[in-house]
Unconditional design. Structure first.
Lengths: 484, 111
């Protein structure tokens, strides 16, 4: 019997809540459907954006079902020695890599490999430190917001604004190495961009653009072939590293407890196999969620790729201009439109858009002005996917009676804002979050994702140390070891 | 001064639904288990991970072998982690019970 079934043996009278929850879930679906019909009646080309919305809803359902949380994966492992979520995420990586390979093989992949450099490990570590304090990664903050967790909503706000400010402000420009400034100048970028004024612009133009990256298939010179995609990207790039990590997790975090429980003194090979299997099944929900996300993430790339062919565009920005929406599009005529599961960039755009409306000039930097644009949140396709994730999670949480408006304590709220700021900065330095820079990367044969994971684990480890220290310090000050 | 301000809530006992958590040893009727004596209650209403997990571990360290610790939490992720945590820690997961807007998790020290 799974843990969730036990929870259903209620003591307090909560009968009827479930039916009410189903009604709420139905209302959410109906509202999303109504909004879709209205959008399509305005312009049928909004179909392209609605693909993002509905895939977001599906991701939300799976994320909530599996409690798919990279923060919990890293934290539970280091703080309390539980590999459950880490195992689930790893199984999800292996499964998603197969669907991603199928989509790449079919020629509909929208994935671009990330450049390789030190920034990944540093960004990952800052991000990993932050997620311990917020209690959720970029994806789980979305699904937890859907569960009514106000603390997670604060995290989202904090991620949005910290990124928007970080990419556009010149607060850190004194820290830019001379070589970056030189290199950025040599790029010959358009006059209207502030290429040499902010830290992030020079980081992008003077450092990132000089780096190389590629998938395993490209490194082997076999891109586009079955061997390169399935053996290189999926097997070598994702499945083998995953398997190695799973064995490592079993040896370090699971073996001892399993053998003690099964009362096995001298374990043989078969005992270890059963132990591994028991470790996998304890992560069943997360692994199933990973399988679902893997299949649908592949389908999303496929659908978006096919729609781009159909409409003859390479980016949603072109379509927006065709439809008569000219504001918030970058000088290249593009907006952020990855075509696959992504989290943090669209959140940066939300914060950036609000700041822009408040009169901040933030369209002259590389991040917004040249690459991603600052579309109205209603026309921000990946942003709509994030809204879809929240709504999908809210649906399932209502059905399972797990929805509850939860106000954070003052401490949780401060941690949410500070941790969210670190997550935002880490995500921009590391070129993505645990989804864009890790999950979507490794599954498409981009090894930089493993580097991000290493950085994130490192930051997470330090974060757990800092958090434990904080707990002890608080307890020692109040004469009550539980006064946290 | 500032920090003591937001630690106050727990010491006075947080309200959970209509009842206030009993922090002292007390008897509880757990569905499927019958009457058990809870040696220590950890109240984590409103707290996110990893506090419920860490405080449960801390409580398990304080009680004697065979004694029972009760965790009260409204965080589903934390609640679901406890059984898996008991596989790694020196303890057993007895039951998870749905309360009024929260879950109560019972764990015993010792395998």
């Amino acid at each position: 019997m799974s843990n969730r079934d036990v929870c259903d043996v209620g003591v307090a009278g909560m009968a009827g809540t479930s039916t009410k929850g189903k009604v709420y879930a139905g209302v959410i679906v109906a509202l999303v459907a109504l909004a879709s019909v209205i959008a399509l009646s305005i312009d049928s080309r909004f179909l392209y954006m609605l693909v993002y919305v509905w895939f977001g809803v599906i991701y939300g359902l799976f994320l909530q079902y599996g409690r798919f949380c990279m923060a919990s994966a890293v934290r539970d492992l280091f703080a309390v020695g539980v590999p459950r979520m880490a195992v689930g995420v790893m199984i999800a990586v292996a499964l998603y890599s197969l669907t991603a390979a199928a989509v790449t093989m079919a020629g509909f992949s929208t994935f671009h490999a990330h450049p390789l450099g030190w920034h990944i490990i540093i960004g990952g570590a800052i991000f990993g430190f932050g997620i311990i304090f917020t209690g959720g990664c970029a994806s789980s903050s979305l699904y937890k917001s859907g569960e009514g967790n106000v603390g997670s909503m604060l995290v989202l706000v904090s991620i949005s604004f910290s990124q928007a400010i970080f990419v556009a402000s010149d607060w850190f420009s004194g820290l830019v190495p001379e070589s970056w400034t030189q290199s950025a100048l040599e790029k010959g970028m358009p006059e209207e961009l502030t290429i040499t004024s902010t830290w992030f612009d020079q980081f992008m133009a003077g450092y990132i653009w000089d780096l190389q990256g590629g998938t395993v298939a490209e490194m082997m010179g076999r891109e586009g072939t079955f061997f390169g995609i399935f053996v290189g990207n999926a097997l070598l790039g994702a499945i083998l590293p995953t398997f190695a990590i799973l064995v490592f997790l079993y040896i370090v975090a699971y073996r001892k407890g399993y053998m003690r429980r099964a009362k096995i003194q001298n374990p043989a090979f078969g005992d270890h196999m059963r132990g591994m299997w028991s470790m996998f099944t304890s992560s069943k929900n997360t692994a199933l969620a990973g399988l679902g996300i893997g299949i649908f993430a592949g389908l999303q790339m496929w659908t978006t790729g096919a729609l781009r062919d159909y409409y003859g565009i390479f980016n949603f920005g072109e379509m927006l201009e065709d439809m008569g929406y000219y504001t918030g599009i970058s000088i290249q005529g593009t907006v952020f439109d990855p075509g696959y599961w992504y989290i943090t960039t669209q959140e940066a755009q939300w914060g950036g858009w609000v700041l822009n409306k408040l009169g901040v000039d933030n369209m002259s930097n590389i991040f917004f002005g040249l690459e991603n644009g600052l579309p109205n949140p209603l026309l921000n396709a990946p942003g709509m996917m994030s809204i879809g994730i929240i709504l999908g999670a809210a649906m399932l949480a209502n059905i399972n009676r797990e929805f509850k408006w939860k106000l954070p304590s003052m401490e949780t709220a401060i941690f949410a804002i500070v941790g969210g700021t670190l997550m935002g900065i880490g995500a921009r330095v590391g070129m993505g979050c645990n989804v864009g820079a890790f999950f979507a990367a490794v599954t498409n044969g981009d090894l930089t994702g493993w580097i991000f994971l290493f950085g994130m684990a490192l930051g997470g480890y330090l974060g757990v140390k800092a958090f434990t220290w904080w707990m002890e310090w608080r307890a020692s000050r109040s004469n009550d070891e539980f006064a946290l | 001064m500032f920090f003591s301000w937001f630690g106050k809530k727990r010491r006075t006992g947080k309200r959970i639904g209509m009842q206030t958590a009993v922090m002292e040893p007390h008897a509880v009727d757990v569905p499927g288990l019958g009457m058990v004596i809870v040696a220590r209650t950890v109240n984590c209403i409103g707290d996110g991970c990893p506090k419920p997990q860490l405080l449960t571990l801390k409580a398990l360290n304080l009680v004697d072998e065979g004694e029972i610790v009760e965790l009260i939490s409204d965080n589903p992720t934390a609640v679901e982690t406890i059984p898996a945590m008991m596989l790694a820690a020196y303890g057993s997961h007895l039951a998870t019970v749905r309360g009024d807007g929260c879950w109560k998790v019972y764990v015993r020290k010792g395998v």
